[in-house]
Design a binder for this molecule. Structure first.
Ligand code: IPE
Ligand code: IPE
Ligand code: MG
Length: 230
């Protein structure tokens, strides 16, 4: 890999936070912010592909978010439906593989069905992999993997344990971006982020545009990743 390529993270995660506050500032309902967030996703996927990123994992709904009011959740489910009907099939046709991680059983059956259908149509060797974390919680994922390991019997290695995660096949994120100003991971990829570079911005997700994404990537390119070595 050339120096130039090493400066681009292969695998990126984004904690897309701040939609509700973005709407509130405009005296609009939270759903207005989620709509704007979805439009932003469409642009950022393009930007990530153009930048040479290979894997993009987007935190769309946490396990804890399921405790939000029904009305907000229905709105989010509607957006997932729209994304997987209108945008995802086009991406699959353009050599993008789409994946979903998390417990889909809490979603309306037509939404989870559509997601799984699009994922199944994605090619394994696609040039770019886009993963949505939906009703995803990292602790739940780790406990699930531990239970799978117990059922299989014997001991597991770190690599073997990683393969029991939802994220099997997706490299650990080199870079995790969180928009919205909070300085925490909120149960996102805790096992996988052991050596991720973290980037926090106060920008609310609907305002996180291509320019800001490029600025974040530039900062990544300046980081010195030592992995414990000297
Ligand atoms: C992130 O934005 C999107 C989801 C969690 C679904 P929020 O909805 O958390 O927005 P804020 O943090 O309340 O502004
Ligand atoms: C994290 O945002 C989850 C997603 C972006 C999907 P939250 O808004 O749920 O996080 P907290 O509650 O501020 O930690
Ligand atoms: Mg939030």
């Amino acid at each position: 890999m050339s120096e130039k390529n090493r400066a681009v993270p292969q695998s990126v995660g984004i904690i897309m936070d701040g939609n509700g506050r973005w709407a509130k500032r405009r005296l609009m309902p939270r759903s207005f912010g989620h709509d704007a967030g979805m439009k932003r996703i469409v642009k950022l996927v393009e930007c990530a592909r153009a930048a040479g990123i290979r894997y993009l994992t987007l935190f769309a709904l946490s396990t804890e978010n399921l405790a939000r009011p029904r009305e907000e959740l229905e709105g989010l489910f509607g957006l997932f439906r729209k994304y997987f009907e209108e945008y995802a099939p086009k991406l699959v046709a353009e050599d993008v593989a789409i994946g979903v991680i998390g417990d889909l059983s809490a979603l309306p059956a037509d939404v989870s069905g559509k997601m799984l259908e699009v994922c199944a149509r994605s090619k394994r060797d696609a040039a770019f992999r886009l993963v949505f974390a939906v009703n995803y919680g990292s602790r739940a994922e780790i406990v699930r993997a531990a239970n799978l390991a117990v059922k299989a019997g014997g001991e597991v290695s770190e690599e073997g344990f990683s393969r029991l995660m939802y994220t099997c096949g997706v490299p650990d994120p080199d870079f995790i971006i969180r928009t919205g100003g909070e300085l925490r991971l909120s149960n996102f990829l805790l096992w996988q982020s052991a050596y991720s570079e973290l980037y926090f911005t106060k920008t609310l997700f609907p305002d996180f545009d291509e320019r800001q994404f490029k600025r974040a990537l530039k900062e990544y390119s300046r980081r010195n990743r030592r992995f414990g070595k000297v």
